[in-house]
Design a protein around this ligand. Structure first.
Ligand code: FA5
Length: 355
């Protein structure tokens, strides 16, 4: 009886191998498996008969049948795995994604031209020992005017149209209030720069904004002279433009310096031939300066008999215009990317000219 069973199980195994050889898909393998193992199938019916066998052979026969079942189940499982692996391999071979290609270009923001030129000036001045200080944009009449030798009724107040607050404070009209604040805080000798935003109630045009940036410079020590002032201004302009630029120095009146000067540079937009940016004059006012007035030193608790100093008020926004070829200041205060992306980051250098 057991020999007969062995014969039957061998036939079942041959049948399983034949079916597997024919089955080309996972679904076909599943169907072949259930045909073989199902109740009506050759192995299924043998399994169903185990309970009806005579007791003396039931154990041995049951063992043979179950071992055959385990072997066949393994064969089918291995065939399924092999097909799945082949399908995965083919899918990855067909994939179009190439991980070695560069990723998509993400547009990057950049530093605003005024910030870029401010950082450059800060770096130049740091090299010669100047430190950066700040000051409030909301100022008092005292620091913006009084302490700078511009008393209440002084006509020089009209030089800077002021945004007044209802409490008597104001939006600072220049960075010069940082001078006396620095003197009081640091004491002499001192070398500071104070970059920042300033505000003026005035009509806008290609070179005038109502909100713009200046960078104050102040150096106080024993024996400071105009020669020191000129050397520092020269250094800033040469380092910023990396080329010879034409400048002119003329007398200028500011109540907080004596003597005072205006330093103009040849207009970088038209090269001096005249354009709306320079109001057809060929020159741009960029760097007013002078020797600190004794009254201002006194406001800062510094003895003018012992110390002298120079100060300048660099027009930072105009400097950025000249450096980066922005013809209209309004572009720099706008979101117009053609104006606020610096030339080295533009694809085709564009000069923004609203006139
Ligand atoms: C002043 O503001 C003085 N505080 C500068 C100073 C400091 C003189 C220390 C002496 C010693 P002024 O008003 O000229 O001066 O302005 C200084 C610079 O700011 C100008 O040369 C110009 O480059 C820039 N500027 C002035 N008004 C505007 C404006 N409306 N828009 C853009 N830039 C301006």
């Amino acid at each position: 009886m057991l020999e007969q069973l062995a014969e039957q199980l061998k036939k079942v195994k041959d049948e399983a191998e034949r079916l597997l050889a024919e089955s080309k898909t996972i679904e076909a393998i599943r169907q072949a498996e259930s045909r073989l193992m199902g109740k009506q199938g050759p192995l299924g019916s043998l399994l169903g008969q185990i309970g009806k066998l005579p007791a003396e052979v039931r154990g041995a026969a049951g063992k043979e049948i179950n071992q055959a079942k385990a072997r066949i189940t393994e064969l089918f499982a291995a065939a399924k795995t092999a097909l799945e692996q082949a399908a995965d391999k083919q899918a990855s071979a067909e994939q179009t994604f190439d991980p070695t290609l560069p990723g998509p270009v993400v547009p990057r923001g950049s530093v605003h031209p005024v910030t870029a030129v401010q950082w450059e000036v800060e770096e130049i001045m740091a090299r010669i020992g100047f430190v950066v200080v700040g000051g409030p944009e909301l100022e008092t009449d005292y620091y913006n005017f009084e302490a700078l030798n511009i008393p209440a009724m002084h006509p020089a107040r009209d030089m800077q149209d002021t945004f007044w607050l209802t409490n008597g404070w104001l939006l600072r009209t220049h960075t010069s209030p940082c001078q006396v604040r620095a003197m009081l805080r640091l004491g002499p000798p001192l070398s500071i720069i104070a970059p920042g935003r300033v505000f003026r109630y005035e009509t806008e045009d290609a070179s005038h904004a109502n909100t713009f940036h200046q960078l104050e410079g102040l150096m106080i020590d024993r024996h400071i002279s105009i020669a020191n002032l000129i050397a520092v201004m020269k250094l800033i302009l040469t380092e910023i433009f990396h080329r010879d630029i034409k400048v002119r120095l003329r007398p200028g009146y500011f109540p907080f310096v004596e003597p005072g000067f205006e330093l103009d540079m040849q207009c970088g937009i038209c090269g001096g031939s005249g354009c709306p940016t320079c109001k057809r004059s060929g020159w741009i006012e960029i760097l007013p300066c002078g020797m600190v007035h004794p009254n201002v030193l006194r406001s800062g608790n510094i003895d003018p008999h012992e110390y002298t100093g120079f100060a300048f008020g660099l027009g930072l926004t105009r400097l950025a215009m000249m450096k980066y070829g922005v013809a209209d200041i309004r572009g720099l205060n706008s979101g117009d990317l053609r104006a606020i992306i610096r030339p080295e980051q533009r694809s085709g250098a564009a000069i923004i000219d609203k006139d």
